[in-house]
Design a protein around this ligand. Structure first.
Ligand code: G16
Length: 542
């Protein structure tokens, strides 16, 4: 029985870099979830009788929201819902399911790498029929609708048993609870040389994968251990927990510290990797070397032809603006296009659909390809494994050879988290106001060549996204970028991205923060971070 329920709008349902992210108690307010989901349905057209994919990263409030979304999909006229068993679907697996089943779209419940639990974070993302995040045109329509919504549709029905694979009926709509792993694992098997990787493991190659008690656990166990024959317990923390065991499921050097220390120890295995809450990010660490996401993108692009899925070569590479220019040098050598987009995977969708780019990446630990329309943590891990299996060199050797060939882009990101929103905005406003006066000036011997606020025009649909981050370029190719994060849930987060290009291989083994010290000091002088935030050091350095 369909019911139309009266509701009143909330004013804060503006999707950020990746969907709507808020604290759980915010989502638990009366009709908060219902308003947002109805706003999604009201902002897209033509879904009657079509398929909707639903799943999430297993965090607290996942199951309740899935039941709400299923009922609302039935009441709004969808013909079929595909939902991952246990409510689980990694973001890349959801993207694949949407594409494979030619679904109309998908609702993915995740706050990515943010912590989970009753007082922590939750999120709702909407993905469109190409499997990728909704473009800005749609997220803006959803926000506009959420500000005037006055009713939503649902159906009176008992909960669906999410734990049992099978098909049931909800009113006119079919609900299929599906294995969340199988289709995705099959896709990986098509892209990569599983025989070569299996041989490498059989020869004693050792790896540790930290699933951080998040969604990739079941995927990693099935792919790495069951299908590729890696030793049992290669996948650690592999049971998804609603609160991620009390940790941040963020695969960086702060939150995956144990893995980092293991990889730097005498006893380190050959390869270490981790993924985040919803499985789209990756962390790659070789024995004795952390590979920055920007370098990883460049190295994967330079070696992708060694994997069967990319043996025909790449059409182009795309990277977000703050990502280092390491990939640009690879694109130049391969004679293919390089695209610089704003932060947010949604900006890669058109480039992938139009066949301009095959591989995309971001400094924020995201890499992926045209196999889905999301970044994909395990995909990056498997491409690395495929390259290692073919080259039979250590990660350290592969990285240092890459630098010797292309030069090294020293790179670091400094985050100032949970800063007062007003202070963060003032810092950016003051910076923006003086941009035109900066070129030609020098700070401690570093001469500024260019300064602007990045604006992107999508080469496929012509849409323009302005104010995407302040870029300060120095003579010689070094760069500092300032931007406010679009994914935080408390206050503002200022991100400062610092990069220096060093072509001389004899200067490639300087410690990163040391190699960037003069630029780090210049960032403080240009932006007055201490004055605005009261902080003398960043909260996180990656
Ligand atoms: C999301 C987006 C990424 C973006 C990252 C950081 O990742 O999908 O494209 O790079 O946030 O964004 P920001 O710098 O605005 O915080 P995820 O893994 O959180 O979905």
């Amino acid at each position: 029985m369909i019911s139309i329920i009266d509701t009143t709008p909330y004013t804060d349902q503006k999707p950020g870099t990746s969907g709507l992210r808020k604290k759980v108690p915010v989502f638990q307010q009366e009709n908060y979830v219902e308003n947002f989901i109805q706003s999604i349905f009201d902002s897209v057209a033509g879904y009657r009788g079509e398929t909707l994919v639903i799943g999430g990263d297993g965090r607290y409030f996942n199951r309740e929201t899935i039941q709400t979304a299923i009922r609302m999909a039935a009441a709004n006229g969808f013909g079929r819902v595909l939902v991952g068993q246990g409510g689980i679907l990694s973001t890349p697996a959801a993207s694949h399911l949407i594409r494979k089943n030619r679904a109309f779209g998908g609702i993915i419940l995740s706050a990515s790498h943010n912590p989970g639990g009753p007082d922590e974070d939750f999120g709702i993302k909407y993905n469109v029929g190409n499997g990728g995040p909704a473009p800005e045109k749609i997220t803006e329509a959803i926000y506009a609708r959420s500000r005037e919504i006055d009713r939503y549709a649902t159906i009176d029905a008992p909960d669906i048993d999410l734990d049992k694979i099978g098909t049931s009926q909800l009113g006119e709509m079919t609900v299929e609870v599906v294995d969340p792993v199988a289709d995705y694992a099959d896709l990986m098997e098509k892209l990569f040389d599983f025989d070569a990787i299996r041989d490498m493991f059989a020869g004693g190659f050792r790896m540790v994968f930290d699933a951080m008690h998040a969604v990739t656990g079941p995927y990693a166990v099935e792919i790495l251990e069951n299908r590729l024959g890696a030793q049992p317990r290669t996948a650690r923390n592999s049971v998804p927990l609603e609160d991620f065991g009390g940790h941040h499921p963020d695969p960086n050097l702060v939150h995956a510290r144990d893995l980092y220390e293991l990889m730097m120890s005498e006893n380190a295995p050959d390869f270490g990797a981790a993924s985040d809450g919803d499985g789209d990010r990756n962390l790659i660490i070789g024995k004795g070397i952390f590979v920055t996401p920007s370098d990883s993108l460049a190295i994967l692009a330079a070696n992708a032809h060694l994997a069967p899925g990319y043996s025909g070569g790449l059409k182009g590479i795309a990277r977000s603006m703050p990502t280092s220019a390491a990939a640009d040098r690879v694109a130049e050598k391969l004679g293919i296009g390089i695209y610089e987009t704003p932060t947010g995977w949604k900006f890669f969708g058109n480039l992938l659909d139009a066949g301009h780019a095959t591989i995309c990446g971001e400094e924020s630990a995201g890499t992926g390809s045209d196999h889905v329309r999301e970044k994909d943590g395990l995909w990056a891990v498997l491409l690395w494994l495929n390259i290692l299996a073919v080259r039979r060199e250590s990660v350290l050797d592969i990285v240092t050879t890459h630098w010797a060939t292309f030069g090294r882009n020293y790179y670091s990101r400094h985050d100032y988290e949970a800063v007062e929103t007003d202070s963060a905005n003032t810092l950016m406003d003051e910076l923006r106001a003086k941009l035109s006066t900066l070129p030609g000036t020098s700070i401690d011997g570093l001469t500024i060549e260019s300064a602007d606020d990045f604006s992107y025009q999508d080469p496929v649909d012509g849409s323009v996204s302005a104010n995407q981050g302040i870029r300060i370029g120095f003579v010689g190719g070094s760069r500092i970028v300032f931007r406010l994060s679009g994914t935080g849930t408390s206050g503002g987060t200022i991100r400062v991205y610092i990069e220096r290009y060093e072509p001389d291989a004899s200067k490639h083994d300087v410690e990163t923060q040391k190699a960037l010290a003069d630029l780090i000091a210049a960032a403080e002088k240009i932006a007055g971070i201490r004055k605005h935030t009261g902080r003398s050091t960043p909260s996180v350095i990656t």
